[in-house]
Design a protein around this ligand. Sequence first.
Ligand code: ADP
Ligand code: MG
Length: 218
Amino acid sequence: SAASDVYKRQVVELVDVSRTYRSRAEDVPAVVAASLELHAGSLTALVGPSGSGKSTLINLIVGWEMPDEGEVRTHPDVGDDWDSVAVVPQGLGMLAELTIAENIRLPAVLGNSAALDIDELCESLGLTHLRDQLPEAVSLGEHQRAAVARALLAQPTLLIADEPTAHQDEENTLLVSELMRGAAAAGSAVLIATHDARVLAAADVVVEILDGRLSTRR
Ligand code: ADP
Ligand code: MG
């Protein structure tokens, strides 16, 4: 049907993408001839050891870095607006002068597009009592869950999270992976860089990266 076509549409395609960091000392081939497709309604997990190129691959998909070779193609539906693409960066990227609630709401305000209810989202991530705090006043785990909430709020076409459970305990890791699953079920194309077996278990596709080279496990 037309509906299922839309649901499965390809949101991002990487074709033989390479990125090498060049310094005086040595060249570091961080991503080597990577090809990858991300589909609406699908959760892809990107797994690999520290330094294998996960964050570089994410930066290339988001457009924060440009490939030396190859091409990153995005579906015309994916604009550069705040409700098309949402990212949980490894460094979280919260604004220090805004409260937790203001940070979570910011992209939705800019994109005029809060798809989910912010109260419910804060409640489900255990953030309700922290809404009026500044990021510096909450724990790293809470800070990270707020960055997850910010990415989920607009139900973006493309949702990318870089190790979003790195600072979470067991219970919150399950919570975050369930919410990411929910985003895929609602139609987002979701990519999560992770080491966590519980996040891997929630994935439709698992892609491994080793020394910048991708291989698909499932
Ligand atoms: P991961 O996210 O899997 O830990 P990264 O993508 O951050 O891996 O890094 C991949 C490789 O590229 C590593 O060897 C890292 O040291 C190197 N690297 C990452 N960013 C830079 C940069 N800005 N300049 C030089 N080398 C970098
Ligand atoms: Mg990284």
